[in-house]
Write a new protein. Structure first.
Length: 231
């Protein structure tokens, strides 16, 4: 299995630089990237996926250099992306979203996604516009899984979901990780992140500020205040 290695990555928008030399490694253990609003988490996710050009540094996945590749090639290298804000197609049904990505001998099938998220099976014929926020999130994750990723990159999957749905989603993701799925999770919800990941990396003003264990962060209001601006 491949490691994702991010070295000295700089990226931004126009003349505004947002990432100032980010270093991060994801191996077999799931990693959570956390930090306050506007710190550059989504910008980093977009840089990994080739949706935002890097101006310095390199990103490699196993022996593939991702920097400079198209988003399609990066997905083909094995990275499945769940963007922040879900972005399902309003007029495609749940089943259509999944079937158009189904590969003949891929590890994932629509059937497997329905086993992971039984709720989606009940909404098979519903259009994207007729799904609740939680259902859309499950569909966005199911769609990413249909590309048979070896690494799943999720940007705030718990955002805007009711606590019971967050819990359900967390359990499903834990099952995936137990089956060997590699994960880089961007999150603001500490409980959710720490239920999935032992390692938490803090991004602050476009730089990695710290790496802490989820146990340590959960038990310290001071650290939560310092790194996440909560508590
Ligand atoms: N399309 C864009 N054009 C210009 N600036 C942007 C754009 N998207 C984000 N930014 C700016 O880049 C910085 C980092 O934004 P980013 O979305 O990466 O933060 P984030 O850590 O994901 O925040 P959040 O937790 O709110 O999702 C912010 O200052 C933001 O205003
Ligand atoms: Mg974001």
């Amino acid at each position: 299995m491949s490691d994702l290695i991010i070295s000295g990555v700089e990226a931004g928008y126009g003349h505004v630089r947002v990432l100032h030399g980010v270093n991060l490694k994801v191996s077999d253990k799931p990693v959570a990237l956390m930090g306050r609003n506007g710190m550059g988490k989504s910008t980093l996710a977009q840089a990994i996926m080739g949706l935002n050009a890097t101006t310095a540094g390199t990103i490699t996945y196993g022996d593939v250099t991702l920097t400079g590749l198209s988003p399609t090639k990066i997905a083909n290298a094995g990275i499945g992306y769940v963007p922040q804000g879900r972005r399902v197609f309003p007029s495609l049904t749940v089943d259509e979203h999944l079937r158009i990505l189904e590969k003949r001998n891929g590890q994932w099938s629509a059937k497997k996604v329905y086993e992971l998220f039984p709720r989606l099976a009940e909404r098979k014929k519903n259009g994207g516009a007729m799904l609740s926020g939680g259902e859309q999130q499950m569909l966005a994750i199911g769609r990413a899984l249909m590309t048979n990723p070896t690494l799943l990159l999720m940007d705030e999957p718990s955002e805007g979901l009711a606590p019971a749905i967050v819990e359900h989603l967390g359990n499903s993701l834990r099952d995936l990780v137990a089956q060997g799925q590699r994960v880089l999770l961007i999150e603001q919800n500490l409980r959710f992140a720490s239920n999935l990941c032992d390692e938490i990396v803090i991004l602050s003003n476009g730089e990695i500020q710290a790496t802490v264990s989820s146990k340590e962060l959960r038990s310290s209001a001071d650290l939560q205040n310092k790194y996440l601006g909560v508590a």
